[in-house]
Write a protein that binds this ligand. Structure first.
Ligand SMILES: Cc1cc2nc3c(=O)[nH]c(=O)nc-3n(C[C@H](O)[C@H](O)[C@H](O)COP(=O)(O)O)c2cc1C
Length: 205
């Protein structure tokens, strides 16, 4: 059974362009691969807590030596990592907030990036432990000019960050779909959304 894990991160549940585009992706994917199982993790609801001192201590302590507080603190991370490891395909939908990903998505990242679980470190350096075949990132930006050497390209900490992170964790193939100008006129927005939808359609095939 092939599994697709969808991660949503916009604080908006209504009128969210990134979630709408992920819905579109899911629909097209389902049409092409009706037997694939799709599960969704919304990192805004319930909110993923920031890792704190006890969580980090739990990460760094062997499981059989963890205190009850450490066990409780590490449990969510274990669940999120297990969801991720079961996924063959990853779909992440994200807005740009203040030039980067939303803190809700960063909280998820901090829970799933763990030595010995999703990446390894040895004398040869770092290696990713995820076996996820492909990741698709669907992002929405209020302004334009974050891509193709545009005037804000140096301020795009969404795509380069997720690209670097996912490849660090071992994902081989990563595709990005960006809807820029989502604070432009409704007509301009529609044109961009149609373009991104056709890119998604073409990528899924
Ligand atoms: C808190 C916040 C910060 C934002 N920061 C930026 C930004 O730095 N650059 C930008 O182009 N748009 C920014 N926007 C606009 C969003 O990226 C845009 O509205 C996008 O469509 C939001 O994604 P969503 O439609 O999936 O909710 C921001 C919006 C919010 C709510």
């Amino acid at each position: 059974m092939t599994r697709l894990l969808r991660i949503d991160s916009s604080s908006r549940t209504q009128g969210s362009h990134s979630r709408d585009l992920a819905d579109f992706f899911e629909q097209v994917w389902h049409q092409k691969y009706p037997t694939h199982e799709i599960t969704t993790r919304d990192v805004t609801q319930p909110a993923i807590p920031h890792i704190d001192e006890i969580t980090i201590a739990g990460f760094q302590t062997p499981p059989d030596q963890r205190t009850d507080a450490m066990k409780a603190s590490v449990a969510l991370s274990d669940t999120l990592i297990s969801e991720l490891k079961q996924a063959d395909i990853l779909l992440i939908s994200t807005p740009m907030y203040n030039f980067s990903i939303p803190s809700a998505l960063k909280a998820w990242v901090d829970q799933i990036v763990r030595a010995g679980q999703t990446f390894a470190m040895d004398e040869n350096g770092f290696s990713g432990l995820l076996t996820t075949e492909k990741a698709f990132v669907v992002s929405a930006y209020g302004a334009g000019g974050y891509h193709h050497d545009g005037p804000f390209a140096a301020l795009n900490f969404v795509e380069p960050y997720l690209q670097g992170l996912l490849s660090f964790l071992g994902v081989q193939e990563i595709h990005h779909f960006a809807a820029e100008g989502m604070m432009d006129t409704p007509e301009a927005q529609s044109l961009v959304i149609e373009k991104v939808q056709s890119q998604i359609q073409a990528a899924i095939g």
